[in-house]
Design a protein around this ligand. Structure first.
Ligand code: PGA
Length: 251
């Protein structure tokens, strides 16, 4: 089964989000072999859920949130916990590079977020990936290993089996530059090996997605890789024609 996740980032107001989801429902056909997860910005999750209900499409799409806080409840103005959204979403993106870069999220904090999601029975989509400098210096694999070693340090092997890892090289996000599928294949092996080191046999079965400037024209070679279980799509996920094309290719 392939999982295609749309990260709408900080785009679209509430009514625009509802309109986009209705277009996606019209043009996209998730099946048993393709799971489609939509991650609107937080204020639009409930309206999008309502729109899916009214279109009788709730069972065909999953919803996700783009970030959560790691404490379940308390005086943390402006934050949203996994616990608070567990009745709304099945997935949460955690440790996205935009959160690491713009909001200073560190791996120790990300590890707590991964654990908080699992505590709330939400599937974390943990994002890892190297910067352009790391890549030029030949350190990509080590950077990703180091991230995983900390980001997955607060969970058990059984929980790791319920976690998705998205390989998102930072230089490929929102830039129009995308990674060579052969390099993605190699990195997916590195991710699986690292998870196996951490969690023995369960680690090898962890699901790995690719993300970074994926669109309807370049998605196929990634989907054809036997160690890639899906895609995390940013810019192209708010374009229903592009997004439905990507989902179609995943069948
Ligand atoms: P992009 O974003 O597809 O716009 O490069 C991917 C992501 O941030 O998940």
């Amino acid at each position: 089964m392939k999982t295609i996740i749309g990260n709408w980032k900080m785009h679209l107001n509430t009514s625009e989000s509802s309109l986009l989801v209705s277009r996606i429902v019209d043009h996209t056909k998730p099946t048993d072999s393709v799971e489609v997860v939509l991650c609107p910005s937080a204020q639009a999750i409930y309206p999008v859920k309502k729109e899916l209900d009214s279109l009788k499409a709730t069972s065909k799409f999953r919803l996700g949130i783009q970030n959560v806080y790691f404490v379940d409840e308390g005086a943390y103005t402006g934050e949203i916990s996994a616990e608070q959204v567990k009745d709304l979403v099945d997935y949460a993106i955690v440790g996205h590079s935009e959160r690491r870069i713009h909001f200073g999220e560190r791996d120790e904090e990300i590890a707590k977020k991964v654990s908080a999601c699992l505590r709330a029975s939400i599937t974390p989509v943990l994002c890892v990936g190297e910067r352009l400098d790391d890549r030029h210096e030949g350190h990509s694999e080590q950077v990703v290993r180091d991230q995983l070693n900390v980001d997955l340090s607060e969970i058990t092997a059984a929980e790791a089996g319920k976690t998705l890892i998205a390989y998102e090289p930072i230089w490929a996000i929102g830039t129009g530059e995308f990674a060579d599928p052969e390099e993605v294949k190699k990195m997916a092996d590195v991710i699986k090996e690292t998870c196996e080191d951490l969690f023995d046999k369960t680690g090898k079965d962890v699901s790995v997605l690719y993300g970074g400037s994926v669109d309807g024209d370049n998605a196929k070679p990634y989907l054809d890789l036997d160690n890639i279980d899906g895609l995390l799509v940013g810019g192209s996920s708010v374009n229903y024609e592009q997004f439905s094309k990507i989902v179609e290719l995943a069948h």
